[in-house]
Design a protein around this ligand. Sequence first.
Ligand code: CO
Length: 178
Amino acid sequence: MRFFLILILIFIFIFIFIFIFIKNFYLRLIRLISKKIITMFKNLEHLGIAVNSIEKSDAVFSALLGKTYYKTEAVESEGVTTAFYDGGNVKIELLEATRPDSSIAKYLAKRGEGLHHLAFEVDNIHERMEELRSKGFRLLNEQPKKGADNKLICFVHPKDTNGVLIELCQSILEDEEE
Ligand code: CO
C-alpha cells in the first residue's frame, strides 16, 4: 500500500516537472518564433505635417478633425514646436519651426507646407536601426534621439525611401519597462 502511495507521489512529481518543463518550453518556443517573425514596424504612429504656423493651421485641422490639438510641445534641440491631433487610427503632428536654422524651417523654405514624415512605432528602436543599416538604409542620426511625445526617435534618409522621410519612434516608458 505504501509502495503505491510513493509511486503515485512520484507520478505527481513527474507530472508537475513535465508541466513546468513544457510550459517553459512553450514560452521559449513562442519567444523564439516571435523574434523571427517580428515585423519591422508595429503601426503607423503619426503623420508629421510641416506648417508655417500651428495657430493658423489649427483652424484647418480643427475643422477637418472636429477637434483641436490635444497637446503642444516644443522640442528645443530640433528647433520645432509640435501640436498633436487625434486622427482616429493615427495621430497627426503639426510641426512649426522655432529657429530659421532648424530642419523644419529649411524644409518649409525649400518645399513649403505639407506632409513631412511618416512615423512608425517600433518595439526596439536600436534593433530596428541596426536591421535597417544592415539592409543598406542610411539613417539621419547614429543614435536614437529624444523627440516629442516622450519618444525615442530616428529618421531614415529620404533618399533611400523614395523621398519619403520615415521616422521610427519608441515610447520611452516602454523602453524603461523592458
Ligand atoms: Co514625428
